[in-house]
Design a protein around this ligand. Sequence first.
Ligand SMILES: Cc1ncc(COP(=O)(O)O)c(C=O)c1O
Length: 416
Amino acid sequence: MKKQFLSTLQQELSRLDTVGISKRRERVIEKFTDDPSPQAVIQKKARRIFNSNDYLGLRFHPALKKAEHEASEKYGVGPGAVRFISGSLEIYHELEHEIAKFHNREDAMVISSAFAANVAVIPCFIKGQSKDSLVSENALVVSDELNHRSIIEGVRAASIDSFHKAIFKHMDAEDLRRVLKENEGKFTRVVVVTDGIFSMLGEYQDIKKLRAVCDAFEQKYEEGIVLIVDDAHGVGCFGKTGRGVEEVCGARADILVGTLGKAFGVDGGYIVGDTIAIDYLREAAATYIYSNPISPGAAGAGVAAFELMQRAEGKKLLAQSQHNIAFFKSLMKKEKFQFSADSHHPIQPLFVGDSIIAKSLAQALFDEGFLVTNINYPVVPKGRDEIRIQISAIHTEEDIRIFVETLKKLRKTIKF
Ligand SMILES: Cc1ncc(COP(=O)(O)O)c(C=O)c1O
């Protein structure tokens, strides 16, 4: 690389450092401690984990580790090639069967990550993926204004102009109605896409309301409306049986995107829907066709995770998760902290406001032996910085009590 360009890159890195938003100096976890609740050892000190998406603690579960090991023994540690080239391992089909059954859908498709799912799946419904495709380009995509980056990238990957794109106000079904009304007669089909759980605040899209609006306009567009919901943070941990926002809202998406990499404790993404839609995605989704699937070990662990979630142990973990969230909220309320009273999801934001204060609070918590994430602008609006706290089913009451006690102590020196 020419020195001049490297120098530009160095200046960009310095700029990110100066504005305080660089991410590359990741904390290195040396190992995890054992029971009762695993802690991350960083710089030789054990730290309680309050910033993980592993909401049920399944990544440490012996049944998942065993299944991962057995699958690696049977199939090797890597897939060898993409699925259509050198054969599709039986374990992927087992996993897809389990996922489809869990979400009560005709079919499921596993892909390397939920991010990869959005990047490929969204364009597939917006327009045909080859010159000869019979899928028309005459579609409008409508997105919640605060959707996850992977959805934004999915829309970008479709390479459509602004005429074919619209946004609706965050979690505002009436604004979606406005968009659908304004565009009647202009498009053959509409693709509505949203996060299920929004990961900054733990709030959720009421997809029953979205569904009702979509259904009301279905006949106004020749090919109707496709509702895509990415419930990466909801599947496995939200709702009585962990079916996510669909369960909580009592409504279904046409295409549901999920991940194995959060509540299910493993790694990889998935899509569920009708057989024809999934068959089409297997023919058209670039990150499925031209990129390796998850490892056989991850698929084996995934099967074990879905099986576990459908046994009494899964129900117990979900009940424990809800208990821990309620326990945390009761302590926070008692101490009058500014937190989200609405979220019953493991994501529990503590509102701090000022970015310098949020940063120093996250650092002070780290020094005291806790891992949390401070979320700052531009991810949240200016002046609305927060500490994102994530409660796990495998936290003990002691973990949660000590955490809130520490916040109380820090309040004396850091004003939040
Ligand atoms: C809504 C949403 N979609 C997708 C992802 C990415 O999931 P994965 O790690 O499986 O790519 C995330 C993770 O942060 C997310 O919050």
